[in-house]
Structure formats: C-alpha cells, structure tokens
Design a protein. Structure first.
Length: 138
C-alpha cells in the first residue's frame, strides 16, 4: 500500500508523514561509520540477518573500499515487512597511508567490522620554484 495513504486502526489515514520515505528513489543503502583509532582505521557496517560467508564481498580498488552485500528474503508468510532485500553496495574512500596488507574483516552480532593499519604518509604537496626570465635570458 502507498505510504501516502494507509489504514490505521481500521480507518483511512491520508498523508501518514511519520512512515513516509523521504527519498524513495535513492533506495536502501548500507549504513556505515568509519573512524581512526590511533594508527588503526575502522569501518563498521550494519548488516543484520545475512550470512557473511555467502553474502558479503569486500574489495579494495586503489584508494577505495567496496562493500557488496546480498540480503536474501526468507520464505516465511509475512503480514508486514519493512526490511530491504536484494543487492546493496557501498564505496568508501580509504585514508592516505593505509597499508593494504593489513586489511582484515570480521562479522559478529550483525556488524561487519573492517580494520587496517594506517602508516606515515608521504607529503603530497611539493612547492615548485618559478624560474624568472628577462627578455629571453635567465
């Protein structure tokens, strides 16, 4: 039934703003938080109700981390479901100095946690001197 018109307690309740999705075209996404804990970069993703061995794929491409997740719908008879099923992905930029060989992931209690060590970064800014020429001479 439409989110604009729903039945509530047997009566028609038009414009049920409390349950309306404000961004229906954007679709569901993987909710994450990421932070630096000393020299450790941590990404935590909410992924309840999945089998991480079959339904999660994590790849690093350049300076990005990509999460691909599939949530499969159970075949139980449902009266109501607000869960989102299907394929979801999320692309996260990685911090400078991240050491790719230290990336590790674990899943517990519906949370996927990815960690990696961040080392010292090389300065990326470099000042370029300007050579001044006068009338074709240096």
């Amino acid at each position: 039934m439409s989110t604009v018109t729903k039945f509530r307690d047997g009566t028609l309740a038009p414009f049920d703003w409390t349950n309306m999705s404000w961004f229906p075209l954007l679709g569901p996404t993987i909710r994450v938080e990421d932070y630096l804990d000393g020299d450790r970069y941590v990404v935590r993703a909410e992924l309840p109700g999945i089998d991480p061995a079959k339904d999660v794929r994590i790849t690093r491409t350049g300076d990005n981390l990509r999460l691909d997740v599939v949530r499969r719908e159970s075949k139980a008879d449902k009266v109501r479901s607000e869960f989102h099923y299907g394929s979801f992905s999320r692309l996260l930029p990685l911090p400078a100095g991240l050491r790719p060989e230290t990336i590790a992931a674990r899943y517990a209690d519906g949370i996927l946690q990815i960690t990696a060590t961040v080392g010292a970064t090389e300065p990326t800014a470099q000042e370029i001197p300007v050579t001044v020429e006068h009338g074709g001479k240096r």
